[in-house]
Each structure stands twice: as C-alpha cells, then as structure tokens.
Design a protein around this ligand. Structure first.
Ligand code: G3H
Ligand code: 13P
Ligand code: ZN
Length: 332
C-alpha cells in the first residue's frame, strides 16, 4: 500500500472547490509516455496551474503501472525543480471499469479514481460506484463517477449514440453513491471525430465543419439540482484544425476530424464544470510534429529529434488550454 500523500500528490477535493468558486476548470491531461508527462508538467509549472494527470486502463497496460507511479512521483520533483514550490498535481485513473482496477490504483498511490459504470443499468451503476467510494474514501482518495453515456468509445465501453444525463437522477445518484464529482453527457464524445458531417453545418468561407452546440440547458438543469457540485466533462478536445492540416499535409489522413469549439469549453469552465478532459488534442499535436520531421528529414532516425519537437508542440498546446480556455493559470 502506497499513500499518494507520501508521493507529494493531492486529491481533487480542494482543487475542485476552488475552481467552482473561481469560475475556472482544472485541466485533466492523459499521459502514456515521458514526453507527454514532461510537456504537461512544464506547462503546469510555468503557468502555475493545478493539473490532473490521467492514466487510462490502456495507458496502464502500455506503460506499466509501477513505472507510471514512479513517473508521477518524479513529476512532482520535476515540478519543484522548475520552481513550482507547492505543486498541485493529482494522479487520476481515467475510466476505471471495475472495483478491482480502482482498488489497485488506490493501493498504488493514485490520489483520485474514476469508476465508469455509466453503461450499466442505473441501480448497478449506483452499487458499483458506492463500493468504490467506500473503499477510496478510507484513504482520502476522491472518486469521479459517470451518469449518462457519451457517444463513441469509452475505453472498452462503446455506444453509437449519446444519452444525455437525466437531471432528475443526479441528486439521487450523488447522494446514494457519495461520489466526489460527476461526469455528465451533454454532447461531447471521445476521439477526433466527435460529430458526423451530417450533424454539422459547413462554414461557407473555409469549408470547415461547424459542430452543433453542447446541451447547455441540460448542464444548467443539473447545476440547479446539485448546486456547487463538481461536474466533469469528458471528450473535450477541440481537434485544432492546424494540427489536422499538418497531419494531412505530411502524409496522414484525417478527413473531417472535428472537436468541441473552444468558446463552448470556455463557457463550461466558468460554470460548475471544474474538470475538463483532454487527450486527443495531445495525440494530434504529437503526431503532427512527428510527421513533419519525418516528411522534411527522411534520414532522421534519432527519436529525440522527432519526439523533442512533439514534446514542444504539446507543451504549447497545454499552455494554450490552461491560459486561454480553462483559465486555471496562476491558481496553484
Ligand atoms: O477516454 C479515453 C481516453 O482518451 C483514453 O484513451 O483508453 O486509448 O488510453 P485510451
Ligand atoms: P478527448 O478524446 O476529447 O480528448 O477526451 C478525452 C477524455 O475524455 C479522457 O477521459
Ligand atoms: Zn473520457
């Protein structure tokens, strides 16, 4: 058993309370490798933003759970080395799909876990979430739960259509489970194809897809039911068109990739939405930078020469999100 407190990590409780009060959101960035972690920590340290490092089940399998835990511990020390005296870094399990996985993360030094039982029937979602909360709270680990189903793929949980969270269920769910935050479905989804071209209109000037707005009426109704309760938005990448263009220009193929417009995320960040999940944008930045090097310097075979530019582009992306979208800079 390793306590996250010994690793210098923090849970989400205080972060979220401050974010709701202050009208900003905490960035939750996924990481799978050293370059992503370096870029996240550098961006957070230089902007003095609290940050949530997210590890999915897939990331845990890819990078090895022991290594990931030490990487997170190393991230705290790296942040201090960068001049961030009291780093506010949370290590969070993204889309935990079983009690055993959540327990293993709690036991392994995570400061926060998500139990995603949103694909189960309502009562089963409550029962599993409650079981995770009861275990995690013994160690002061915070728990995110999910109600409603996002369109697209949620790790191994897949759904072709989204089912918005039902505002009439949230009080019962939060009370009976004791969860610390609630991920909701209001039209976001995972990946780089959040909407089909049929769901969008096209900007006549640029030819770009313009996605439909998020269901802010559902968010408002949820906030009315649960005033001041921390709300989480998954699937919140914006799919920056400059990265999509770079990827396509240098031999990739991402036709009609589309994300959530930043002005909608800015609006959400000012509300009770206090955690915004971003993974795909970082993948796009990484891929765009690597493709550019490969296309321009076909003789290059030193990974530092293409992972380095990828890291720089991701750092720029994270800083942009922190400063211009979530407003979490200077809050840690
Ligand atoms: O919500 C899903 C995250 O983007 C993690 O994706 O399961 O491929 O690591 P992953
Ligand atoms: P994106 O695919 O929009 O980056 O969402 C990531 C996410 O929700 C991780 O849980
Ligand atoms: Zn997610």
């Amino acid at each position: 058993m390793v306590s996250y407190k010994e690793l210098g990590l923090v849970n989400t409780r205080e972060m979220f309370a401050k974010a709701i009060k202050g009208g900003y959101a905490i960035p939750a960035f996924n990481f799978n490798n050293m370059e992503q972690l370096q870029a996240i920590i550098k961006a957070a340290a230089e902007t003095k933003s609290p940050v949530i490092l997210q590890v999915s089940k897939g990331a845990r399998n890819y990078a090895n759970q022991t290594l990931l835990r030490y990487m997170a511990q190393g991230a705290v020390e790296y942040a201090k080395e960068l001049g961030w005296e009291h780093p506010q870094i949370c290590l969070h399990l993204d889309h935990g799909d079983s009690f055993e996985l959540c327990k293993s993360c709690v036991d392994f030094g995570f400061s926060s876990v998500m139990i995603d039982a949103s694909s189960l029937p309502y009562e089963e979602n409550i029962a599993l979430t409650k079981k995770v909360v009861e275990y995690a709270h013994q160690f002061d680990v915070t728990v995110e739960a999910e109600l409603g189903v996002l369109a697209g793929v949620e790790d191994e949980v897949s759904s072709a259509v989204s089912h918005y969270t039902k505002p009439e269920e949230v009080v019962d769910f939060a009370t009976r489970t004791g969860c610390d935050s609630l991920a909701i479905s209001i039209g976001t989804s995972h990946g780089a194809y959040k909407f089909t071209p049929e769901q969008c209109t096209r900007d006549p000037k640029t030819g770009r897809l313009v996605p439909p707005p998020l269901a802010f009426d559902v968010l408002d109704a949820i906030m009315e039911q649960l005033p001041g309760f921390p709300i989480v938005l998954h699937g919140s990448s914006s799919v920056p068109q400059e990265y999509v263009d770079m990827i396509n220009q240098y031999g990739g193929k991402l036709p009609d990739a589309v994300g959530i417009p930043e002005e909608q995320l800015r609006k959400a960040a000012k509300s009770a939405v206090c955690k915004i999940n971003i993974d795909s944008d970082s993948r796009l930045a990484f891929t765009a930078a690597v493709r550019k090097v490969f296309a321009e310097k076909p003789g290059e075979f030193d990974p530092r020469k293409y992972c380095g530019p990828a890291r720089d582009l991701m750092e720029e992306l994270y800083k942009h999100k922190i400063i211009n979208v979530l407003g979490s800079d200077g809050k840690a």
